[in-house]
Design a protein around this ligand. Structure first.
Ligand code: ATP
Ligand code: MG
Length: 566
């Protein structure tokens, strides 16, 4: 492709709308443009990049025996009603009506469609196991679309679903996809971590996420510095720390604490550490109030809480509800005499003589004891782990890091097959519910994650397999006949060998051309300059600072070797 003909609108300025490097660079390099919030168009360089990512995914999925299908984006209400998800999805799902007033949605995911397909087309165990996949557009009206295609409202997903007769079959299919994902992300040259993930309230038996560590990641990975065990912090079990409270059985005392509402206020008033306090937070779970007790320095893990409660909606209670159940203003909630269910984190169970709200405006209790002064409805793990916590596997020290979730594998079990009647006949002629797994990769999010991991101050540094073009030939002066001719010859040689090659044939200053070549991240640059007459060109890798003078033939060979090796 000649750059003069290519729709490659690079930008010098950093677009104001873009907060993170990948979003800025994907706009600046002319890969994409925003059409609406969380909705993007891909321009030629973006499309080629997407196709390269999709090719890696397709190749590996096919190598692992998965078969490609293509499902519609428009899904009728009925099939999501059968699984109960028409309600569950809530406002995240784009809903629409046809001219006859029938309800549809734009598919946010496709478990139902694949389950129905297998239900209707597969009768016998002889057709199993089966892993089906598609690369298709998903629609989710995200609460906070942001960071460009990292979290968008229309995005491309590779979603796969496995169908097995029994649990052992599922384990094998799951392992097969686990291996496929490792291969896919390795081919993309991603530096990734696999973490245990939450399986949801009624979720299946196992789930793992493929994470790219990055400061812009929206997920938190908790990992053990000793044994390497890693989990999404939504999932990581909390290990209660030893209590630092005063010993003995001290009498409960009511203390006047006017306007002291936060843990910070309390620590300065009582002049002691936040670990001696317990917070009581009131939530509304599907409109029912529930109180949660947690040590003063801790944060509640709402995923653990929601899984335990099995509710659809969970939110902090409004001030009126707080007053209804505590009898006090916000900031003074406590367990003694509270009028709702009371969940207590395991760590609090180890505490005694702690300080907590008195359910009376402007008062706290001191020296509170569990059992003596109140009894919780349930005790369970409710904390969000933090740096320095104890590893549940080996007792080592936990650290946390931000991560981008690029892929997710999940043992669904019979959740969808049961709801949608997806069965088949087993060896004995009996009807058996099929056991499923599901496996997703965010295709555009992969591109953003790759850019986050492969960029410098001059632009993107594409891994060779992902790069929209592998090599760019840059004549320094297009109006120099010798240079233009030699550049053209090199360009043609690459084309004949089937290499994706660009030639920057614009009558621009060399500085402009070099800047663009760096910005769009082409792995190899061959510059045809002053020494064209001698048949010498400059060979430069995007990953290197300096170029090397080489004879034309050597430069072409070096380039071919480089792109082959990658
Ligand atoms: P997240 O927690 O980031 O919202 P999810 O758990 O909703 O992700 P899945 O339903 O498991 O995601 O989808 C599979 C993959 O699709 C994810 O691993 C992610 O890479 C990608 N993905 C999900 N939502 C988006 C989005 N809004 N924009 C881009 N990619 C997405
Ligand atoms: Mg999501």
């Amino acid at each position: 492709m000649k750059v003069s003909k290519l729709l490659m609108p690079t930008l010098r300025e950093v677009p104001a709308e873009a907060e993170i490097p990948s979003h800025q660079l994907m706009l600046r390099a002319g890969l994409m443009r925003k059409a609406a919030t969380g909705v993007y168009s891909y321009l030629p360089l973006g499309v080629k990049t997407l196709q390269n990512v999709e090719k890696i995914i397709r190749d590996v999925m096919n190598e692992h025996g998965a078969q490609e299908l293509l499902m519609p984006a428009i899904l009728p209400k009925e099939i999501l009603e059968e699984s109960g998800r028409w309600e569950v999805f809530g406002p995240e799902m784009f809903r629409l009506k046809d001219r006859n007033n029938r309800d549809y949605c734009l598919g946010p995911t496709h478990e139902e469609m694949f389950t129905i397909t297998v239900r209707d087309e597969v009768r016998s165990y002889k057709n199993l196991p089966l892993t089906l996949y598609q690369i298709q557009t998903k629609y989710r009206d995200e609460r906070r679309p942001r960071f460009g295609v990292m979290r968008s409202r229309e995005f491309i997903m590779k979603d796969a679903y496995s169908f097995d007769l029994n649990e052992e079959g599922l384990d094998e299919s799951y392992k097969n996809m686990y291996d496929a994902y490792c291969e896919i992300f390795n081919r993309m040259k991603m530096d990734f971590t696999i973490v245990d993930a939450d399986s949801g309230a009624m979720g299946g038996s196992g789930s793992q996420e493929f994470m790219v560590k990055s400061s812009v990641g929206e997920d938190t990975i908790a990992y053990c510095e000793n044994c390497g065990y890693a989990a999404n912090d939504e999932k990581m079990p909390g290990v209660p720390m030893e209590c630092e409270c005063p010993e003995g059985d001290l009498p409960m005392e009511k203390i006047h604490t006017p306007n002291v509402k936060t843990i910070d206020d309390l620590t300065s008033l009582f002049k002691c550490k936040s670990t001696l306090f317990v917070k009581t937070i009131i939530y509304k779970a599907d409109n029912k109030a529930v109180a949660v007790m947690i040590r003063g320095d801790r944060e509640i893990n709402e995923v653990k809480l929601q899984n335990y409660l099995g509710c659809l909606e969970l939110e902090m209670a409004d001030p009126m509800t707080v007053t209804e159940v505590t009898g006090a203003a916000v900031g003074f909630a406590g367990p003694v005499g509270i009028k709702c269910d009371l969940l207590m984190d395991c760590e609090v169970e180890k505490m005694k003589n702690f300080i907590i709200g008195a359910n009376e405006t402007d008062y706290h209790y001191k020296n509170v004891q569990i059992g003596r002064d109140f009894t919780p409805t349930a005790v369970l793990d409710l904390i969000r782990v933090k740096d320095g916590d104890i590893c549940p596997k080996c007792g080592g020290k936990i650290a946390t890091a931000q991560g981008i979730e690029v892929g997710h594998i999940f043992k669904l079990g019979t959740k969808y097959s049961k709801a949608l009647g997806c069965t088949c006949l087993d060896e004995t002629g009996g009807e058996k519910t099929i056991i499923m797994g599901c496996y997703g990769i965010g295709v555009n999010r992969c591109i953003a994650a790759i850019v986050e991991q492969n960029a410098d101050e001059n632009g993107i540094v594409w891994p060779v397999k992902i790069a929209p073009y592998k090599v760019i030939v840059v004549p320094v002066k297009m109006d120099d006949e010798v240079q233009a001719k030699l550049a053209e010859e090199i360009y043609e040689k690459f084309r004949k060998m089937g290499v994706d090659v660009l030639m920057d044939d614009r009558f621009e200053r060399p500085g402009v051309k070099f800047k663009d070549a760096d910005l769009i991240g082409i792995p190899v640059r061959i510059t045809v300059g002053k020494r064209a007459e001698e048949g010498i060109v400059e060979y430069k890798l995007r990953t290197e600072k300096n170029s090397v003078d080489m004879a034309v033939g050597d430069a072409i060979k070096a380039c071919m070797d480089y792109i082959e090796a990658k």
